[in-house]
Design a protein around this ligand. Sequence first.
Ligand SMILES: [Zn+2]
Length: 411
Amino acid sequence: MNLRNTADQAFVRETNLSLVLRLIHNQSPVSRAQMAGITGLNKSTVSSLVDELIERRLVHETGSNSGGAGRPATLLEINPQAGSIIGVELGVDFVSVAVTDVLGNILWRKREDARQEDGQEKMINQTLQIVKEAITAGKRKNYHFMGIGLSTPGTVDVDKGLLIFAPNLHWHNVPFVRIFSEQAKLKVFVENDANAAAIAEHLFGTARQCQDFLFVFAGVGIGGGLFLNGKLYRGRNGYAGEIGHSPIMAEPSQTVCHCGNRGCWETYANQYSIIQRIQARLEVRRSSIIPKLMADQNAPLSIPLIKQAADAGDREAIDSFTEAGHAMGQGFAGLINIFNPERIILGGPLSMAGEYLLPAIKETVALHALPEINKQVEILLSPFGPDASLIGAIAIVVDDLLAHPAKVERR
Ligand SMILES: [Zn+2]
């Protein structure tokens, strides 16, 4: 046998191993016979692949199906104890770190406010510090780490492990993978926050069976993860999905976006826009419980505080969310017309006010999206809410595990 054939066979084996592992992840609990039926592989090949996955402790047997005729078949599922994963979400004004199992169940977490004004080095060091805490906490519980996923706003070169440019952080060319792998001695992956959240939605969330959906990540900025034809769409250079910077208006008087332009969609619909709407209302002395809440809690104006006011029935808070929801809906309508998705999922910090935003988003979409496309779209909130991109950071590690089960590391 020549080397070429051996290499081909190894490649086929790894591809099939990944195929079976993905299937178990997606359809579990599932039997060997069912997988043979779905994949078209013969039963003995499936059994041999499953044996290897069990040996690698990625999969385990879980009872049997008793329904139907014939002998009950043993069912398989992902072994939640396969290993632990560290997810890092780098926000613009916070840092969040979680340790989860391979199914995304949170075992440990910590979130700290961060100040982008303090500079890149300080914010990265703060993040590294929490990652080291996570590792120490995990080691104490005997966790074995498979890797670190990091989600960040901005354009990311996934292959080089590099943040190219984050307008909201004013950061350029940050070699995240090198920095974090040197410090943590683990495999590190980096991805744009909205892309990561879209992958999480496909692996663990509301889009498991969905081939065409858009994830809208809303917070300080608005980012999009475009999941098309069953795959994340990255565009020519890997930067697709910067939906927040779509120019929807270009009047000279409008707020300057962090990217330097005017008229970007996110400046009308991000969290600052909601805070500005409230400030404008308070300046004209509208009656609201917000100033009292701020005084009582000795806290600045924030989305959680505005949400609290809205929950108490405060008109100004509710109306501000509704206005922002209408502005969001304009962008959603454009996305629906362009991509004809099955679903649009809203997540990220602003989704905590989803109950106020969603009705307004849907109303505007109904007005602006083409009716025959719109009637097929479901607009919903991410089950991970404000944690969408944190779970996304976990998901990019799991996605690599599903793609390369034979290369799994545990440290
Ligand atoms: Zn912009």
